[in-house]
Design a binder for this molecule. Structure first.
Ligand SMILES: [Zn+2]
Length: 173
């Protein structure tokens, strides 16, 4: 699947993540998914927003998962404590394919806001001035800034594990 197809499906798939899975919620945002998360949401609130906004409810609470299913809310039960494994499970469950996380369709990991490219490109240092201008992205909601490179480079290992897992058609079949 090409980049545009991914952007399309990542835009269409929205998540509601329960309060115990904060780091997973942040990763889903960085990968570009619209992901609602508040650490103190009650089960009833989670069910309500999932239903109202047509979000896939991601939870590690089996009872909540069963309740969601009873209410015909699409839900994914997370049993791993490893985010990479959980993301792989989510992507496989929803038949999502994969491409690298990039700032051009990522979301703010703190607040789920969209990122926009900041017009001001900062230089990293005299020696690097000509070849390494820093491209800056800013959250339109909370104004947090991200640099192309640092933020996404840290996720490269996560991304690689997920990519390999999705490409392995023999696993879990
Ligand atoms: Zn933000």
């Amino acid at each position: 699947m090409g980049l545009l197809a991914w952007v399309k499906c990542s835009k269409e798939t929205r998540f509601q993540v329960d309060g115990m899975l904060g780091s997973l919620a942040r990763k889903l945002r960085i990968f570009g998914f619209d992901t609602a998360y508040q650490s103190d949401s009650s089960d009833n609130e989670l069910l309500k927003t999932s239903k109202r906004d047509r979000r896939v409810l991601v939870t590690s609470d089996r009872e909540l998962y069963e309740r969601a299913r009873k209410h015909e809310i699409e839900s994914i039960l997370i049993t791993s404590t490893i985010d990479e494994a959980s993301m792989l499970f989510i992507f496989k469950s929803l038949n999502l394919e994969y491409t690298e996380p990039t700032p051009f369709f990522s979301r703010c990991s703190r607040c789920n806001g969209l990122l926009e490219r900041d017009g001001h490109e900062q230089m990293t240092g005299a020696s690097e001035r000509t070849r390494n201008p820093k491209i800056i992205f800013r959250c339109v909601n909370c104004q947090k800034t991200y640099w192309e490179g640092s933020h996404w480079r840290k996720l490269r290992k996560t991304a690689e594990i997920i990519r390999l897992g999705l490409n392995d058609k023999t696993a879990n079949r």
